[in-house]
Design a binder for this molecule. Structure first.
Ligand SMILES: *[C@@H]1O[C@H](CO)[C@@H](O)[C@H](O)[C@H]1NC(C)=O
Ligand SMILES: *[C@@H]1O[C@H](CO)[C@@H](O)[C@H](O)[C@H]1NC(C)=O
Ligand SMILES: *[C@@H]1O[C@H](CO)[C@@H](O)[C@H](O)[C@H]1NC(C)=O
Length: 464
């Protein structure tokens, strides 16, 4: 079967499309994560070198790096009700992976399908059906030569896992886990997605709840992590509109939104009705609404204490620095509240946002900003300071927040943390839970080759 697979591969390599790792060094190891997002599935291939366990990295590996990142559209959630199309969906992704990972490493290269927000919002049975189909396809050795966990090879990860993995990635890239760099302090991670927002940090206090143990280099870190679903960039905008429509006089067709620039308007569908919403640009009122979403619960509802948002427990952040990633950077950068070192000036962000929100839409657009971003930047410019200072309790004097998405050209990405987790578990645990790739039947191979050709054609078209 390997020869036939090679056939698929060489067809692919002959056209020299990728930066394929032709020669795998003996100590090189590879790992694959299929990152299932709402708009597409990203194939991420990592490579590392196994070293002696007493290596200074704190882990028996060095040079963990991303060697390939490719996005395949649409998102897998589009197959939720077309499960028979899953093999055709995954085929080109797996085949691309076989062409990048050296053939002799296939059977020892783990592969995971991990989905995020896009699958968290599907009906539960649809998600489970989808994951089962993906897992069945990965277990099917015909077109997947990689190492598959016996259980949980395909799953939806929780928002907290996403935060914890991002924390692991950021601190790994900073060298925090190295045994020889005592001077490196851990940083907390703040992540803003479209659907949810995450906070993860290593507290200096004991943790009474929301504790996520992270084991790396045989050391356990007791991390605090929480993910606020529906507090991501897109959802918070929608929920403000939902709220305004809910409190508006039902007889009125036009609803003012104080978080939108004057001159801006939109149609919002809430509770089955279409409502016209227009910008009334009132910062005071907008801040009042943001506060409704962010305020912490009354003492009697907040247990254990203290609480961040609602009744969600969060220990004090103490003197930790934070790296804020993903959608945290857009509005602050546009509103010029970030210095050359990526340091976010939170009070300045609020001040600049207040001035910005007074501008009419036409002025902002004439300054070159696409109209679709204009009002969201006002809202995010007010929301981010409130979230960081009022809800999470950061202090501009004690806590520095850096808008860094990369460290030494490596992206702070939760999949890197997930890979680290795999390496740690595989190193400490036994490997029996994995089944490695096996036979590829002839019929399947010809399908492979067909898909390979199609992939090449698509890649050529996209590449030209
Ligand atoms: C999910 O469950 C609902 C109601 O029980 C059912 O109508 C629907 O067909 C199920 N969907 C899938 C994909 O199984
Ligand atoms: C809504 O905005 C569009 C442009 O974005 C504009 O053409 C239209 O006149 C506005 N409608 C109202 C009622 O303000
Ligand atoms: C803005 O909202 C505040 C608080 O709701 C209100 O007191 C004030 O009158 C509003 N300002 C304008 C100009 O409408």
């Amino acid at each position: 079967m390997h020869m036939l697979f090679l056939l698929c591969m060489s067809t692919y390599l002959a056209i020299d499309l990728t930066g394929a790792y032709a020669a795998g060094e003996e100590h090189d190891e590879f790992g694959i994560i299929l990152d299932g997002g709402s708009s597409g599935t990203k194939l991420k291939i990592y490579k590392w070198t196994r070293t002696d366990a007493d290596d200074s990295s704190g882990l028996p590996i060095s040079e963990l790096q991303l060697v390939e990142k490719l996005k395949f559209t649409p998102g897998i959630s589009s197959k939720a009700f077309k499960l028979d199309e899953i093999p055709d969906y995954l085929g080109p992704i797996l085949l691309t992976a076989t062409s990048i990972v050296p053939a002799e490493k296939h059977a020892t290269t783990p592969i995971y399908f991990m989905a995020t927000a896009g699958l968290r919002v599907l009906p539960v049975n649809a998600t489970e059906g989808l994951l089962e189909a993906v897992e069945r396809n990965l277990q099917d050795k015909k077109c997947n030569p990689f190492l598959v966990a016996a259980r949980g090879a395909a799953r939806v990860i929780s928002g907290e896992e996403e935060g914890v993995y991002a924390w692991m990635a950021a601190n790994y890239l900073r060298g925090f886990f190295s045994t020889d760099s005592q001077a490196v302090e851990p940083v907390g991670v703040l992540e803003m997605g479209g659907g949810s927002t995450q906070i993860a940090f290593l507290p200096s206090h004991s943790l009474y709840a929301h504790m996520y143990p992270v084991r790396l280099g045989a050391v356990t870190y007791r991390l605090y992590a929480h993910s606020y679903l529906l507090y991501g960039q897109n959802y918070i905008l929608q929920r403000v509109n939902d709220y305004l429509v809910a409190i508006a006089d039902p007889a009125v067709d036009d609803v003012p939104n104080p978080c939108m620039l004057s001159g801006d308007n939109t149609t919002h569908t809430a509770f089955g009705d279409s409502v016209h919403i227009y910008g009334s640009a009132n910062v005071t009122k907008c801040l009042e609404i943001i506060d409704i979403f962010l305020k912490s619960a009354d003492d009697s509802w907040c247990n254990p204490k203290p609480c961040a948002i609602g009744a969600v427990y969060q220990p004090p952040v103490a003197r930790t620095d934070f790296y804020a990633i993903s959608a945290f950077s857009y509005a602050p950068r546009h509103l010029q509240a970030v210095d050359d070192h990526g340091l976010l000036d939170i009070p300045l962000l609020k001040e600049n946002a207040i001035a910005y929100c007074e501008k009419p839409l036409s002025v902002v657009v004439s300054e070159g900003l696409p109209a679709a971003y204009a009002s969201p930047y006002c809202m995010m410019g007010l929301y981010i300071p409130a979230l960081l200072l009022d809800a999470y309790g950061l202090s501009p004097q004690r806590n520095r927040v850096f808008l860094h998405s990369y460290i030494n050209h490596h992206e702070i990405d939760w999949t890197l943390g997930a890979m680290l987790q795999h390496i740690e578990v595989a190193n400490e645990g036994d490997c029996e839970e994995f089944t490695s790739g096996g036979n590829c039947h002839h019929a399947a191979v010809s399908k492979c080759r067909f898909i390979a050709l199609m992939t090449i054609l698509v890649a050529v078209v996209l590449g030209s």
